[in-house]
Design a protein. Structure first.
Length: 481
């Protein structure tokens, strides 16, 4: 859209599919949004007589509800443009035929996700295609160890046709400082109990216990105060359930060797070493995709239950257009379904679809994470995450905190096999998904972008592809007691 707005004689960027062209119906006792290949519902379905869900990728649902794409498009297309520097906000009205006199400006100063100062500017008369400068009377002093944003929201003073009073027409967020780089966390002192065999290592301390499977190269449990929180992982992963655009680009076929790369990899090393400060280092190394890459995980376990996880990926040989994902998979007990996080939200957002998602503090649940696209696929990720807590209703659980790179996370009640049941795109529906008795979580460095150029061959733009190159990232696992 930047190209459209910066080239006066250029037009384009038209929305290909506005509405999901699907039909709300029941199939095999499940309520689904039916698409090509589902009819007749009672069967049999004529072969090679359909484009499947090709026409079910609308910006709004069949019921005209908003999708995550609609939220992003509204933000990108907004007609009030803002820039901010030294407490001065430049407001540019890009409408061609209307003044902004029915708008009011609400501003907020955010410190580490919390509002510490706010204000209202009620008079905002800006003619079409004109700009004005507004000084925000911010008084708070910034602290070095804190992260600050200014949020501005433009809302209607009075109702307009189809829009109620207070409706948000435009908004923007401005970072006042770079994201705080978390230095090594303060860790508790004390003794660790270690029980190691040839195939496993159990480490416990005050109020926690962790187990590693040295034969298969994975962490298999993490318990806090006697209650298991993590049932498996984190383990390296380089795959996501393909989106419709991924399938259109052929990734479901030509990148599928990465789907179970870690599980199918060859274990090169699994060592346990006591460090001089009393912590224990568990190093696991695997060769993946026939030696084309080496995946390495390092876990440093401290006496207070904190674990620093460092993931290293070495691209050894071979050529791959991209990796769909670089991250870790985890399985959590179902009761730890209360999510609080500091990152982009509240709706799902990705590398190339996140401008509508403001950095802030959010509280959600696992059951609200998945957006029900007609066909099951990747969903629910949150980008630029500083930390995320997964707790039960009593507030106990686990926290993941970034170290060197902001994280992406998702937490769904569905398995990868639920969302990606087979290589070919067949007649699967989100309405047929069954909620599992575990939480399936990703804690990622990054996912490749979703792209919206077309759905029949294009890859994401170059700057939103994860290249097949060496990478590393770290984060903390912290018990929430």
């Amino acid at each position: 859209w930047d190209a459209i707005e910066n080239n006066p004689n250029l037009q384009g960027g038209f929305i290909w599919e506005w509405i999901d062209q699907s039909i709300d119906t029941v199939k095999n006792g499940k309520r689904i949004m039916a698409y090509g290949g589902d009819f007749p519902i009672e069967g049999p379905v004529p072969q090679h007589f359909t484009d499947n869900n090709f026409c079910v990728k609308g910006v709004v649902t069949a019921y005209r509800g908003l999708t995550p794409m609609a939220v992003e498009i509204k933000k990108v297309h907004q007609y009030i443009k803002s820039t901010f520097s030294n407490n001065e906000l430049i407001v540019r009205n890009t409408y061609f035929f209307r003044n902004l006199d029915n708008m009011q400006l609400n501003w907020e100063l955010i410190e580490d996700g919390k509002i510490i100062e706010k204000g209202l500017i009620n008079q905002l008369s800006v003619a079409a295609q004109q700009s004005t400068t507004v000084t925000l009377p911010i008084k708070s002093k910034q602290k070095e160890e804190k992260e600050y944003f200014v949020n501005v929201h433009y809302t209607l003073k009075e109702a307009e046709p189809f829009l109620e009073k207070g409706y948000e027409i435009a908004y923007e967020q401005f970072a006042l400082s770079a994201a705080t780089v978390i230095q090594d966390m303060i860790t508790g002192k004390g003794n660790l109990q270690v029980n190691q065999t040839e195939s496993a290592c159990n480490i416990s301390g005050k109020g926690f216990a962790v187990r590693f499977d040295l034969k298969n190269g994975i962490m298999t449990s993490y318990a806090v105060n006697g209650s298991t929180v993590i049932e498996q992982g984190p383990q390296p992963s380089y795959w996501r359930a393909p989106t419709d655009n991924d399938i259109g680009a052929g990734f479901n076929h030509n990148l599928r060797m990465w789907r179970n790369a870690y599980e199918q990899g060859k274990l090169l090393a699994a060592t346990v070493t006591k460090q001089s400060d009393g912590s224990y280092n568990i190093l696991i190394k695997k060769e993946v995709v026939n030696g084309d890459a080496v995946s390495e995980q390092e876990f440093t376990v401290y006496a207070d239950g904190k674990i620093k996880v460092t993931n290293v990926f070495d691209a050894v040989k071979g050529k791959y257009a991209l990796l769909l994902r670089v991250g870790n998979d985890l399985q959590l007990k179902k009761e730890f379904d209360q999510i609080s996080f500091y990152g982009r939200g509240p709706w799902e957002n990705y590398w190339d679809r996140k401008s509508a998602s403001l950095v802030g503090l959010y509280k959600q649940t696992v059951n609200s994470q998945y957006f029900p696209y007609a066909r099951p696929q990747e969903s629910g990720s949150k980008a630029d995450v500083r930390w995320v807590k997964m707790t039960n209703k009593a507030g106990k659980g686990v926290e993941f905190v970034y170290v060197d790179s902001l994280l992406n996370f998702s937490a769904l009640p569905y398995t990868l096999d639920d969302l990606d049941p087979e290589t070919e795109k067949k007649q699967y529906h989100s309405g047929e998904l069954q909620v599992r008795d575990k939480i399936y979580m990703h804690v990622d460095l990054q996912q490749t972008g979703l792209q919206g150029i077309d759905s029949w061959g294009s890859m994401p733009m170059q700057q939103y592809r994860i290249p097949f190159v060496d990478n590393r990232y770290s984060y903390w696992i912290v018990p929430v007691k």
